[in-house]
Every structure is written in C-alpha cells, then in structure tokens.
Write a protein that binds this ligand. Structure first.
Ligand code: COA
Ligand code: AMP
Length: 635
C-alpha cells in the first residue's frame, strides 16, 4: 500500500531532518551529474555547509540539452506573452538549445570564462532567459538586476560583482511609458569604479538606442558570427548566480547560489511544492530580476522539462483586469504563481471579477502566492474567481525556494487561510524568544531555521563571508535568522506576521528603509530623516519619510518634498515607489539616540501606539501624528 499524502509529507520531513544527506541524496537522482558527489553534505567548515561536494554538472545541460537528448526537443520550453509589445513568442526546447548555445558562444568569444561575472539588466523578454542559461552553460556567474532600479543602484552591483560583461536591452515598456535602459546603463557604468569593458545590447523595435563604439555590441551581430558553445562541467559548489537583495543598509547583499544544491532543490520543489510534471505549463508572474523569477520563471520549470510562461505586462492595464485569465486560458496554464499585491490591484478596479467572465480557466489546478503576507480576503477573492486552491507560501531571496508551504505535490495539509503553511522537508523551522529558546505555540518570536539549511539556499554573500555570518548566523548559534517574526499554531502551521528589521515590502518588492533614508538625508536642506513602511491597501506597504529641516531653512514644504521624491527616483529607481514625505520639528529618539521607528509606524498605521520606556522625550509624537494625517496616514 502506498503511504497517504500526509504520511508522505511527514516521512519526507522527518528523513530530511534526521538524515539530510540520505534525503537529498535520494532527490539528487533527478539531476544529470557529470561526476557523482563524494559527499552529499560537508559540514567540515560549519557554519558554512556545502552540498554535493566533489560532483560536477552543468545547470544549463539539465535545463535544456538533457530534455532534447531525451526526445522532447519539440516540446515548448518557453512562451513569451507580451501585451506591451503585442507579441507572443514560443520557443521549443530544440530552439532554446540552439539559441542558448549560440549566445553562449558569443559571450565566450568576448572572453567570458568560467567563474567570470556577467550582469544582466533586461526587461521580461526571452533573451533575458537565454542570457542566464548561456552564462550557466559556460560556467559564468550571472547577476540579474531588476529593470526598475536606476543607474546608481546598478552601479553598486557592478562594483560588487565586477562583471566582465553587461547584457542589456535598448528599452523596457511600462504601461504608458517606454523606459530607456541604455542611458541608465551608461550612467551606471560612468558611476562605477569597476570598468566594464563590453556590453551586449539587444535593440528593441519600440525604441532602439545608440551603441558606444568599441564597448557595445549588438546582440544579433554578436550571435551572427558565434559558434555554439558546449556545456562546461562545473563543481556542484561553484556559483551559478549572485542576486542582490536589500539589507538593512544602503548596500545590497549579494546572495550566492551554487549549481548542484540549487538544481536538486529546484527540481524537488517543482514536484513537491507545486505538484508539477514535465507535461505542465507553469506561469510565474514575476520578473527575472527577483528571486521568484530566477527560481520559477526559469530554473525550476526548465529543470523539470515543463513549459514556462514569461509575461511582459501587468495584472491590470495591459490592457485590462482580465489579463491573468486571458493568459491562463490562452496558454493552458496548469499552475500559477504571483504576489498577493497583483490580485489586490485587480480586485481594486474590478471587485466583481467581471473581466474574468468568459475565460475558461479550467486547465488551472492551483494558485501559489508569495512575496508578502497574504490577507485572507485577497486569497478568498482569488480562489473564488479562479476556482482553484490558493496556497500562501513563505520564502526569501536567500532561500530560493519555499521555507513553508502547503506542498500540493505530496500532500494537501489543509492549511488555514492567513498561515504560510508547514515547514518544507529540509527546513527545521523554529520560533525563538529573546533567550534563543523555542517559544510555545501561539507565541510570537523570531523565525529561525536550524543549520544546515537545505540545498538551494544561499552559501554565503558574494565576497563577504563576514557579513553573511553577522547578518544571518550570529544572532542565535546554530540557526539562520530569517528576519521575519511570527508564530506556530497548535497544528504546526507558521504565521509570518512582520519583519524584525528595517526592511519593507512594497508591491511584493523588498526594500530597505535605510537605503531610502540615505538619499533623503543627503538633500541640502535636510538635517535628518526617518523612513518607515506605512500600511497600504494596495501595495502592502509604502515608504513614508519624516524629515527634519536644517535650522533656518524656509523653503516651501511642497518644493522640498518634490525634490526628495525626484532624488529617490533618480538614485534608487521607480521601484522604490517613494511618493510621500512630511516635514516635522523633531524625530523622537531613545536615550541611546535611535529613532523610534516602530512607534512612528504605529502612528502612521493608526494602530495603538506603544511608547517605548527608553524614549528620551515623547512630546513630539502628537505633532508627528498631525503631520502624517495631512498626507492621509494615521488617526
Ligand atoms: N522597469 C522599469 N520600471 C519599472 C519596472 C521595470 N521592470 N517595474 C516596475 N517599474 C516601475 C513602475 O512603472 C512604477 O513606476 P511609476 O512610479 O512611474 O508608476 C514603479 O516602478 C513602481 O512599480 P510597482 O510597485 O511594480 O507598481 P505598478 O503600479 O507598476 O504595479 C503591481 C503594481 C501590483 C501590478 C506590480 O507590482 C505587480 O504585478 N507585482 C506583483 C508581482 C511581482 O513582481 N512580485 C515580486 C516578487 S513575487
Ligand atoms: P524577497 O527576498 O524579496 O523574496 O522577500 C522576502 C521577504 O518577503 C520575507 O522575508 C518576508 O518578509 C516577505 N514574505 C515573502 N513571502 C511571504 C509570505 N508568504 N508571508 C509573509 N511574508 C512573506
């Protein structure tokens, strides 16, 4: 008799907890290795752990070549659905192989070798995926930078990753405007201390750009003269990519992902969490600039041999609120993944779900949501209008795959709405109190994961082992600290409630208030500033700045606020969604000089205000409440 689904989850979870090497050795059987591992889990350098030591493989080989060799070359690998350009492009595995191998040859011809870094700064087009796979093919380490970041943010990533090559496009298309990428790239290269020698630029019909002779090469010209490159064997422990994410300061953290553990974890999660089979079409409405895009637009579906949908559009406005239903129907999507904010955007303009009417989405089996806390209302609305189970699951750039979920591929664990599910096999999740001990069910605490983390999770921060240990491993010995707070209920479901640091979540995008604060505080008229994440019905949170002006400054508030908004947009990019600031007399601080951000947030959100015992002088709080009320917050 085969085990019941719930028993299978329990068995997998227990094996992964008590004998991780045995569990992941079993799962590694799904990957094509060029040489087998000598050891599945190497703990000799703990707290730095390595998976599949001694093995070699190639991630691109597993994503593309392997399926073609198995006779699946005619299966569609990728569908690019782009309402903003009015095009739909389909690439079979055969075609993907041809294009990736040629492009890999093109970048190799420019001198890119195994271990070299390549930055990819592109909109959601098939070439972004081709560029990622081409890097993997020759063992180069890609670092994709989200297109909504401006030049100075790109420059920070160029300086940290020191790429040999940057791959970009002439433009991206946002509803109502064309985003010229090339001037942003040129500006970043000018700002960066690291000298970028070569750029490959794909010209888009919507708005081509000028190329700089000697530095820039047209994508098609580079490919025209290129010979296809073969897959290079890399060590399982070699980096596949670096992905920058917000830390608590203005300096982004370069999360390092290995090849072997990542391939095993992606394949496992595609089956266990999402219940995918190679016959399925999987659509993740995210962007390749985020981890969700890396894992579930690109690597997991291709490793399994599925069809992945790459969507260059928005949930609303491209052209209407029925876009999700249209794409699911047109491409026969079986499993769909996006962020709750996308459904809130639809619900806001089409509360009755009228635009969904007339679309047959019976092909769909499940909707997965992540990126931010999902309110039960939004989950219920999506379930009603898609008529499928909705799974909220919790993960981070650092982990690459779900820490908690309802793993529909192995069991439906009947998770209550509002919870992010049960720990996935491989994650030994704890909720810790200030003394580092587990708290009781129902009690809030720091969510931490006992080491070792499973395959696929970050191995370190790029060129910065010290920051890795300080940021994640030093708070509680033997644990990875997630930075999120929450609690377990009596049935072991995890409820992820808030961040414990200064990271905020805007439309499913992770931002640091510190990074916005740095730009605001640098304005000539500003003495000091505090940026908080205030609750927002659509985007989850929005950044709001409280600003103290330098003594004697009498310029109009509206002018200063407009300059601050423009400065943040120029330095960080539109993705910061920074549109609100107020001027206040003073910022309340603790006796040790720390701004009481949590209290400011409670005022902005209109919650009960808890004044910390350590506050130096609470007299300014009323004035702050009055000022925030003028821009629609609090009260
Ligand atoms: N290139 C350039 N600019 C971009 C961009 C890109 N790739 N992506 C977003 N922007 C811009 C937007 O145009 C907007 O500019 P504006 O201030 O001029 O309006 C700004 O950045 C903020 O973008 P966003 O917060 O995404 O808001 P939006 O109104 O454009 O869209 C949603 C809101 C909810 C529809 C959208 O964020 C979404 O679909 N999110 C869910 C999916 C997701 O990506 N989740 C992340 C990980 S799961
Ligand atoms: P990112 O690294 O951009 O994927 O953001 C990760 C952060 O987003 C987490 O640390 C959480 O704060 C938040 N997050 C992601 N998924 C969820 C979820 N399902 N529920 C609550 N918060 C989430």
């Amino acid at each position: 008799m085969s085990p019941s689904p719930a028993t299978r989850y329990a068995a997998d979870f227990e094996l992964a907890r008590t004998d991780p090497a045995a569990f992941w050795d079993r799962e590694a059987g799904h990957i094509r290795w060029m040489s087998e591992p000598e050891s599945v889990l190497d703990a000799r350098a703990a707290p730095f752990y390595s998976w599949f030591v001694g093995a070699t493989l190639n991630t691109c080989d597993n994503c593309v070549d392997r399926h073609v060799e198995a006779g699946h070359g005619e299966r569609v690998a990728l569908i690019h659905d782009s309402p903003v350009t009015g095009t739909i492009t389909r690439l079979t595995y055969d075609e993907l192989l041809t294009r990736v191998a040629r492009f890999a040859g093109a970048i190799a011809a420019l001198g890119v070798e195994k271990g070299d870094r390549v930055i990819i700064y592109m909109p959601m087009m098939p070439e972004a995926v081709i560029a990622m796979l081409a890097c993997a093919r020759i063992g180069a380490v890609h670092s994709v930078v989200f297109g909504g970041f401006a030049g100075p943010e790109l420059a920070k990533r160029i300086d940290d990753a020191t790429p040999k090559l940057v791959i970009s496009a002439s433009c991206g298309i946002e509803p109502g405007r064309v985003v010229a990428y090339k001037p942003l790239l040129d500006h970043a290269i000018e700002l960066a201390a690291h000298k970028v020698e070569r750029c490959i630029i794909i010209q888009r019909d919507t708005q081509p750009c000028d190329l700089i002779a000697g530095r820039d090469i047209d994508w098609h010209e580079a490919v025209a003269s290129a010979r296809p490159a073969n897959c290079v064997p890399v060590a399982a422990t070699d980096p596949l990519y670096i992905l920058y994410t917000s830390g608590t300061t203005g300096r982004p953290k370069g999360v390092v992902r290995d090849n072997g553990g990542h391939a095993v974890a992606m394949h496992y999660s595609a089956r266990a969490v999402y219940g995918l089979t190679p016959q399925d079409t999987f659509w993740t409405a995210s962007d390749v600039g985020w981890v969700v895009g890396h894992s579930y637009c690109v690597y997991a579906p291709l490793l399994l041999g599925c069809t992945t949908v790459i969507y260059e559009g928005k949930p609303v406005g491209t052209p209407d609120a029925g876009a999700f239903w249209r794409v699911i129907e047109d491409h026969g999507v079986n499993v769909f993944f996006t962020a709750p904010t996308a459904f809130r955007a639809i619900k806001k303009i089409d509360p009755e779900g009228r635009a969904a009417a007339g679309h047959d989405v019976s092909c769909l089996r499940a909707l997965f949501l992540a990126g931010e806390h999902c309110d039960p209302d939004t989950a219920a609305w999506a379930a009603r209008h898609l008529n499928v189970p909705v799974v909220d699951h919790w993960w981070q750039t650092e982990t690459a795959w779900a820490i908690t979920a309802n793993p529909l591929g192995i069991a439906d664990l009947a998770v209550p709405s509002g919870s992010a599910g049960r720990p996935m096999p491989g994650y030994d999740v704890h909720v810790l109190g200030p003394d580092g001990q587990d708290v009781a069910a129902g009690e809030m605490g720091d969510i931490a994961i006992a080491l070792p983390l499973p395959p696929g999770t970050l191995t370190t921060l790029w060129n910065n082992d010290t920051r890795y240990v300080e940021a994640y491993l030093s708070a509680y010995e033997g644990y990875y600290r997630s930075g999120d707070a929450g609690y377990f209920d009596a049935d072991d479901n995890l409820w992820v409630m808030s961040r414990i640091d200064d990271i905020i979540n805007v439309a499913g995008h992770r931002l640091s208030t510190g990074m916005i604060e740095e730009i605001v505080a640098a304005h000539d008229d500003v003495a000091e500033a505090a940026v908080i994440g205030a609750r927002d019905a659509d985007k989850g949170q929005l950044p709001v700045a409280l600003v103290v002006l330098k003594a004697g400054c009498e310029r109009p508030e509206a002018d200063i606020v407009a300059e601050l908004i423009a400065a943040v947009r120029a330095a960080i990019g539109p993705v910061a969604a920074f549109k609100k600031a107020v001027i206040v007399e003073r910022l309340p601080k603790t006796r040790s000089g720390k701004t009481v951000r949590a209290t400011l947030r409670q005022i902005a959100d209109g919650d009960e205000v808890q004044i910390p015992a350590t506050i130096d002088d609470a007299s300014g709080l009323d004035e702050i409440a009055e000022r925030l009320a003028t821009i629609g917050y609090g009260r």
